[in-house]
Each structure stands twice: as structure tokens, then as C-alpha cells.
Design a protein around this ligand. Sequence first.
Ligand code: RBZ
Ligand code: NIO
Length: 363
Amino acid sequence: MPPSASSAAASDSLAAYPWLPDIGPVDAAAAERTRAYLDTLTKPPGSLGRLEALAIQLSAITGSARPRVDSPAVVVFAADHGVAAEGVSAFPQEVTAQMVANFVQQGAAINVFARQLGARVDVVDVGVASPRPLPGATDARVRSGTANMLHHDAMPLDDARQAMQAGMAAVERAVQAGANGLIVGDMGIANTTASSAMLAALLGVPAAQVVGAGTGIDSTQQAHKAAVIERALANRQANPDDPLEVLCKLGGLEIAAMAGAYLAAAAHRVPAVVDGFIATVAALTACRMAPALCDYLVFGHRSAEPGHVLALEALAAQPLLALEMRLGEGSGAALAYPLLQAAAAMLSDMATFSQARVSGKAP
Ligand SMILES: Cc1cc2ncn([C@H]3O[C@H](COP(=O)(O)O)[C@@H](O)[C@H]3O)c2cc1C
Ligand SMILES: O=C(O)c1cccnc1
């Protein structure tokens, strides 16, 4: 298919989904004002480096000269994956539900980092494979896990839409409760397989190039994981120009919910911090659906999962941190969040040259 025909197919499929929120461009005038204001603050121009770029982005997102990000919300979406049956993770599927209980009991890494930010963690079950609702989690279960992508499409379109809407609804709740920043996380055993398959399909690269250790599989198991993904890609034949089709055939319910959450945050002009590999694949999918979204996202960290670099490159994204982490849950996004707060505080609290009577640059 020639490029023009394939992009027409992609936008046709988008037109069929009016349930996606409308996202306008970021506020370029507010960004420009902040860019100029930064040079009036008592520091050599540009000396706060990427923190200055972050401050400009926060103004662009919020439209405010003094953006506020003092009240973040953390939302962790959990779901299971049929492809876990192929032995692609170091851990069994029941860990997804067990970790949801751990989130509810405040014991996971994301709970610890959220506490440091004074943020609440909303754990949303969009598709955990457990017989009963999970106590303490928000029940938005669309279905009990995806189908095994090796043999079936992971989910039908209607389930992907419902999961994306669950993501949007979680952001609505957070924004109504006063959140002005969003940290989105994932929990789902085998979701590095789903994300790797989606990324290989979206970028047209071999699975071996994106596959990594996930929860800690060795190199032999990684070769098996790549082979499973290659067979799934061949069986599913997802159209790389149709991100929703890629999501339905190869993705996961929590990945769909994360994509919906980013879109809803942008529609509210609330900065969302993207976490690691899984989160970035969700963000890439959402950005392919609504390209205006990309300017609203802050990339928190670079995960040790090898596919993450490719996903970040596809978004021309520069993550704030690189701590060799490979956890998910929103943990890297939460650790990066204080940098957003520092950028905002720089704009609201620093003295200007004239206020502090400091001489400007020599002529
Ligand atoms: C105890 C535990 C806590 C986690 N928290 C996040 N993940 C992360 O690991 C999983 C993805 O890796 P894979 O594709 O190899 O299964 C996801 O659940 C992800 O959120 C965890 C995994 C485990 C085992
Ligand atoms: O970077 C991630 O999001 C990640 C990597 C490995 C396992 N779970 C999550």
C-alpha cells in the first residue's frame, strides 16, 4: 500500500472512534512567555538546562505562566495476558492479582514513591484474571485477561475501547479530586511481551530487537519470548498504520487504559509523566491515534528494557532519568515527578535580576 493510502486507512479508523477526547495544540504563546521570563531570573541564561525546557513545557501544557503541579495523582492499571501461557515471564500469572493486593495494602515500590510525593494511588483493575473482584481496587474489569495473541486477537475492538474509557474515567476522577499532575503505572504479568509485540508491529522491527528480560528471564528464555512474538506477529498480521488494530491484536487491557489516561490528561491540560517501556508503548500508541498528545507528555525515565530506547526514539522523547530501573508500576515516573515540581517552583519562587538587584549580563 502506498504511504498516502495507508495513512488514509489509519485516519478512517480513527474517525470511527469519536469516543476519543479532543486534544488541541499546547499553548505556544504561554511557552514563549515562559522562555523569555526564564532569562529574567537570577541565573545565567540557559544555566538550568533541561529544567528550563521542562518549565517551558509545563507552561505550554497548562497555558499558565506559573504552572502548578503540587498535587499529583498516581493511577496503576492492572490486567492479565493470555500470552503468559507461553512461558514468557519469570513469574506466574497470579502475581498480577497478588500485586494488586500489595498496592492496596501500600506495600509496593509505587506506594513508597507515591507517599514521598504525598500522592494517592488508585489501583484500577481493567482485566485481572481472578474469579472475584479485587478488594480495595477500582473495579473497571472489561474481561478476565486478554486472549493468547499466538492463537487469537488479544481482544476485540469493543474491549479495547472500554479499557481506554476506563483509563479516561480514572483521570476524570483524579482531576475532579484536584490532581494537577498524573503518574500512570502498569501491572500485568507478561505485559513486556505484549508491549514488545506492539512495538515490533508499530515500528516494523524484528522482535529480537525489542525483547528484554522483563521480570528477569535469561537469554535462552528471551530467545523463546522473541520467537513467540514473531509467530504472533505472523499470525495476527496487524496493520502497522492502524494503532488501534495493533492494540487489539497484540496489546493488553492495561496498555489500552494507559493510552486512554494520557489522552484524558492532555484533554484536561494536565501534565502526565510517562513511566518505562510498557508505558511508553502505550504512549506511542496513543500519540499515533492523536498526534497532538505528544507535546503533553513528560518522559520520566529510561528503562533497562532494550525496546525502550526504540520506543523513545519513535516519539523523539528524552527521558529525565536513567537509573537502570525495569519495574513498571509508574515507579520511574514517580521518581521523576519532583523535577516537574522543581521546574514549577523555579518559575514561581526565583527572584528576577531587577527584584534582587543583581546586575545582568555584561554588554
Ligand atoms: C513482584 C512483581 C512486581 C512487579 N511490579 C511491576 N512488575 C512488572 O513486571 C511485569 C512485566 O514483566 P514480564 O513481562 O516479564 O511479566 C509487569 O507486571 C510489570 O508491571 C512486576 C513484576 C513482579 C514479578
Ligand atoms: O520498563 C518497564 O516498564 C518494565 C520493564 C520490565 C518489567 N516491567 C516493566
